[in-house]
Design a protein around this ligand. Structure first.
Ligand code: SF4
Ligand code: SF4
Length: 336
């Protein structure tokens, strides 16, 4: 909300839409378990890192497990963070979701498997057939290390080879997807996120021939101007120009598939948002009468479908520019 009023040259996102962005029946529970992470990437919208301590409490974890058990309409439990594996509640949530036959997604930074106490994760993922969605913002070592820290590329390669040895990317029940984020812009010569299908071919060819790595899908994700990406753009005086660039590439055909339509995004305190970006910008989801939604309220009302309209802000242009962007990659592969 505040982002829309500050930048008067940007059309309010809601005015760009032909009709209000309505919520559909909830099918996806995306849980942000906390801000603890072994990395501190320059583009991180969560502002996660090794010094952060915010994470799920046992009480909220219990409520989330109750939610997973209570609602068969939840098809996907998507675990993110921080490094979700480092935060309280990771394994209990995986096991609750597996027991109720949901698809489980872990958004993994890959390097966590080499930290003390986390070496069992690849085998654990394979045992529970967790879908691994792994960040690899580029297939070139320099670019990855610049964004994520020295040595991250080498460890990511080792982790991907480990996952492949366990059958990931090969066996139909062991899905391994990679995520591409563009480098942060250094001038106002902005570019749209590259075409996903073409970049996936390039990634596959490069990783196969150089490291014998295979994977299923590449998701291209636009840098949404939130968190560290926003601070970076502000420092470079590129925040408003970047939003204008995104707005000028608004593609209405992405709107139907926006991830916020059928998901709930839940923070480590049990508050509910339409997406992880709104979560980081403190823009909570509300009921029709304007009340914030929490996990305990969902349990009390016995319904996941309390939200009528998605809350939007100027950074929503990041999800609707060009081919569109979501946690599952581009929204309209034919565009862009
Ligand atoms: S982008 Fe991911 S891996 Fe990097 S600091 Fe943020 S949560 Fe951690
Ligand atoms: S940032 Fe993207 S996912 Fe979040 S509410 Fe806006 S359009 Fe939807």
């Amino acid at each position: 909300m505040q982002a829309e009023s500050i930048h008067t040259t940007i059309t309010a996102f809601k005015h760009k839409l032909a009709s209000p962005l309505t919520k559909q029946k909830i099918q996806v529970l995306q849980i942000n378990l906390g801000k603890r992470c072994n990395l501190a990437c320059t583009h991180c919208h969560v502002e996660a890192g090794p010094k952060r301590i915010e994470e799920l409490s046992p009480q909220v974890c219990e409520q989330l497990i109750a939610l997973i058990h209570q609602f068969p309409q939840i098809k996907i439990v998507d675990l993110t963070g921080g490094a979700p594996e480092m935060n309280y509640g990771f394994k209990p949530l995986v096991e609750a979701a597996v027991a109720t036959e949901k698809q489980v997604i872990v958004r993994s930074n890959l390097t966590i498997y080499f930290e003390d106490g986390f070496g069992d994760l690849p085998e654990y993922f394979a045992k529970h057939q967790i879908r691994v969605v792994a960040s690899l913002p580029c297939y070139l070592a320099d670019n990855v290390d610049k964004m994520r820290g020295n040595g991250v590329f080498d460890n990511s390669i080792k982790a991907l080879q480990w996952l492949n040895q366990l059958g990931y990317g090969k066996h139909p029940d062991l899905i391994l997807d990679l995520v591409y984020n563009p480098q942060l812009p250094t001038s106002d010569k902005f570019a749209l996120t590259p075409q996903q299908a073409k970049l996936e071919q390039d990634y596959k060819a490069f990783l196969q021939s150089n490291f014998a790595i295979v994977f299923n899908n590449l998701f291209t994700i636009t840098n949404i101007p939130v968190g560290r990406t926003k601070f970076y753009l502000e420092r470079k005086k590129l925040y408003a120009p970047y939003l204008q660039f995104l707005e000028s590439n608004f593609n209405p055909s992405t709107v139907e598939n926006l991830m916020c339509r059928d998901q709930l995004s839940i923070d480590y305190l049990g508050n509910v948002y339409d997406c992880d970006f709104n979560q980081m910008m403190n823009l909570p989801a509300t009921t029709g009468d304007g009340e914030p939604v929490t996990v305990s309220k969902l349990l009390r009302y016995g319904s996941l479908d309390l939200i009528t309209n998605v809350e939007t802000a100027a950074y929503c242009y990041g999800c609707t520019a060009g081919s569109g962007s979501s946690c599952g990659g581009a929204l309209t592969p034919e565009a862009g």
